[in-house]
Design a protein around this ligand. Structure first.
Ligand SMILES: Cc1cc2nc3c(=O)[nH]c(=O)nc-3n(C[C@H](O)[C@H](O)[C@H](O)COP(=O)(O)O)c2cc1C
Length: 316
């Protein structure tokens, strides 16, 4: 099984559709605040809208107040999402800094209350995403660690449909290699309690070969891809081809151009003129590594609509 992970500022409807076109088995929304859904924020309600072709789409919730979750979860179920993921891994200051995200593992009672609220409120599958661990006490590694193993132990009584583990700690949030040994052992422990629920590894995947090697080593059911997909959503197809046939092909630039133009139109259709500026960062990802990338940059960061994108693509 190969999925996206939730990514704020990236996994919007257009990107999810592009990932599906290239073979993603499941796609995730950006993280969605349980509190904002509870209070029916208009901006947040837009985040739980999807196109039929995105399915199965999983909405990720974050927030540290258990009492917000049942209503938020029900709203997600009614919106037609295929599942709900709960964020127990975010290290961002505005989330973890207030005791949310990964820092919730320091308060397993709240973790349990949240999972209880969500699993009780809905019939759709509920998954969790976390990291391999964090210091028990902020900034003091000598006081010991809380690990993904403690987390699995705490949640074993609930109906967990899947788990994604990012193989880095809170203290090393996005850099360096993942801890493959911890990912492997976490998978074994998860399977003890949840033998039928997919276990997906996440973090630091760069090449088709490295993804396959890491899945094999950890005995995971699959992989959830994040930054590796930047500018190369075809990674889904390449990994699947490699698993099925032992080889995969590089993607022809004409096909890449088609994907870029499609992406631009999907973004325009979902976010309109105001949201279209977000295409600029994707364009820079798409051309990264091309010898003319620096020259193209000036044009790419000035696009205002899909026609601009088409014009640039015609000339390269
Ligand atoms: C820009 C950005 C936004 C992210 N947003 C979320 C999010 O909303 N929810 C979440 O669980 N993880 C989020 N993550 C973490 C990723 O899902 C993933 O776990 C992490 O990037 C590690 O994978 P990688 O090394 O393959 O990128 C985000 C990461 C990045 C770089």
């Amino acid at each position: 099984m190969i999925t996206t992970t939730p990514m704020a500022g990236i996994t919007d409807s257009a990107w999810r559709q592009i990932c599906k076109l290239w073979g993603a088995d499941v796609v995730h929304t950006e993280f969605v605040s349980a509190d904002a859904l509870y209070y029916e924020s208009e901006k947040t309600l837009k985040m739980i809208q999807y196109e039929p072709m995105e399915q199965p789409v999983v909405v990720q919730l974050f927030g540290k107040r258990p009492e917000m979750y049942a209503k938020a979860a029900k709203m997600i179920e009614v919106s037609g999402a295929a599942g709900i993921d709960i964020n127990f891994g975010c290290p961002a200051k505005k989330v973890a800094g207030h005791g949310g995200g990964i820092c919730m593992l320091r308060d397993m009672d709240t973790v349990k209350k949240i999972i209880f609220e969500v699993t009780n409120a809905v019939k759709i599958p509920v998954s969790v995403k976390t990291r391999i661990g964090l210091n028990k006490v902020q900034g003091n590694p000598d006081k010991g660690q809380i690990t993904v193993f403690d987390f699995i132990e705490a949640i074993k009584e609930f109906k967990i449909a899947a788990m994604i583990v990012h193989g880095r700690s809170y203290e090393l949030p996005f850099t360096g290699p993942v801890n493959l040994t911890a990912l492997k052992e976490a998978g074994e422990k998860f399977k003890e309690y949840f033998p039928n629920s997919p276990y997906l590894i996440n973090g630091s995947f760069q090449t088709v070969q490295s993804v396959i090697d890491d899945i094999k080593y950890t005995k995971a059911d699959g992989v959830a891809l994040s930054r590796a997909l930047y500018g190369r959503p075809w990674l889904f197809k390449q990994i699947k081809d490699y698993i099925e046939t032992g080889k995969y092909q590089e993607v022809d630039w004409e096909v890449i151009k088609d994907t870029i133009i499609k992406h631009a139109h999907l973004l325009w259709a979902s976010k309109g003129e105001k949201g279209f500026r977000e295409m600029r960062k994707h364009l820079l990802f798409y051309v990264k590594g091309r010898p003319d990338a620096v020259k193209l940059r000036q044009q790419l960061v000035a696009v205002d609509n899909p026609k601009d994108v088409e014009k640039i693509m015609k000339n390269i």
